[in-house]
Design a protein around this ligand. Structure first.
Ligand SMILES: [Zn+2]
Length: 363
């Protein structure tokens, strides 16, 4: 079974208003789920609009992350209130929690992404973390959300940093799927990989203009937020589980094991993992194009103010055996790193990261 996309999608400047009649057909007692105080105003608007429509509305906020503690707390709130749907309005962690909770309780999930930082509003997947933000595992869900509301006015209020993060995460689709899945003899997977290549090209062409033009809502910005929040999700939907992630996400998952005072966004860490994946391809798979890709990506990432090394994520890998810990987690049995078509050892990871952190890469 494969769930390719949400059942219904509303997109554009007034997507929320347009979606209201559809919401009325799906739910009478929704729970609005969020997390950040910064997006409270939008959730308050959602709350008011639903009340005006005659719904009985409750709301809850995650305290930590998409973690089992928050998930069971919110499940209890829903059961006590007899809510018949979850409206997850926030970033990737809120969307992932909402989808997972709704599936556990067999009620519909409505996703309202409040930034373009991930494609979690679309996908049938939830990533589970610890309370402190350490990656545990991803869970494949039975279906994509019932309704996805991609309201551009909501997303326009998000900090540009979230868009940069979304661009890095969406770029990884091509570099990861093309190396892990290009030998898969399945037309849909091949087409998903081709879409991820077009997606990458569009981000390379328009990403910088979008990042700098968020507040005038130009066409580059609109195309880019939809590329990150919608098209990236479509690639996952069409490609299914055969269209895999690889080293970029494996390294992301490993880096999240180290707790730092400043939290970084998913795509910010994936971007660093992507550069390291390309270096692995160059060294271990003799890929002569990988170095060019690194330089091309670095140029864009600098313009988007994205971190490009692990030290820029606030971690000195040469302290506290961090390098060892990152390499261990990256190479653990269940890691996506093993989807690469060549063998990678813990020593390879240590070597590549150590060289990468030591050298000042010239663009
Ligand atoms: Zn990702």
């Amino acid at each position: 079974m494969q769930s390719i996309s949400p059942e219904t999608i509303f997109r554009g400047n007034d997507a929320w208003e347009k979606a209201l009649p559809q919401i009325a057909t799906l739910t009478a007692r929704p729970l609005i789920l969020g997390r950040s105080i910064k997006t409270n105003d939008i959730r308050n608007k959602i709350f008011r609009d639903l009340k005006l429509q005659g719904h009985i509305v409750n709301s809850a906020n995650l305290q930590f992350d998409c973690c089992y503690e928050d998930i069971s707390k919110v499940k209890n709130i829903i059961l006590n209130n007899k809510n018949d749907s979850v409206i997850a309005a926030g970033g990737g962690k809120v969307l992932d929690s909402g989808k997972y909770i709704a599936e556990c309780l067999n009620i519909p999930c409505i996703t309202v992404p409040l930034s373009a930082s991930t494609c979690a509003g679309w996908t049938a997947l939830s990533n589970i973390y610890t309370k402190k933000g350490q990656f545990i595992k991803d869970i494949a869900l039975r279906s994509c959300p019932k309704l996805l509301i991609y309201d551009h006015q909501f997303i326009q209020t998000a900090p540009p940093r979230t868009l940069a993060s979304g661009i890095a995460d969406a770029l990884a689709k091509w570099y990861e799927s093309s190396i892990t899945s290009s030998t898969v003899d399945d037309g849909l997977v091949q087409q998903a990989i081709q879409i991820s290549r077009v997606l990458r090209d569009q981000l390379l062409i328009e990403g910088e203009k979008a990042f700098k033009g968020q507040f005038d809502n130009n066409s580059s910005w609109r195309n880019t937020i939809e590329a990150c929040g919608l098209t990236a999700g479509l690639v996952g939907g069409i490609g299914g589980e055969k269209c895999r992630t690889a080293a970029a996400h494996a390294i992301h998952n490993a880096i999240t094991q180290i707790i730092t005072p400043n939290k970084f966004l998913h795509g910010e860490i994936v971007g660093v993992g992507l550069l390291l994946q390309l270096r692995l391809e160059e060294i271990k798979n003799n890929n002569k194009l990988a170095d060019q890709s690194i330089k091309q990506l670095l140029r864009l990432m600098k313009e988007l103010h994205l971190p490009t090394t692990i030290s820029e994520l606030g971690i000195n890998v040469f302290e506290n055996q961090y390098l060892d810990k990152i390499a261990d987690f990256t190479c653990r049995d269940k890691s996506e790193i093993h989807f690469l078509p060549f063998k990678i050892s813990k020593e390879d990871i240590i070597e590549v990261i150590a060289n990468f952190e030591q050298q000042k890469i010239k663009i």
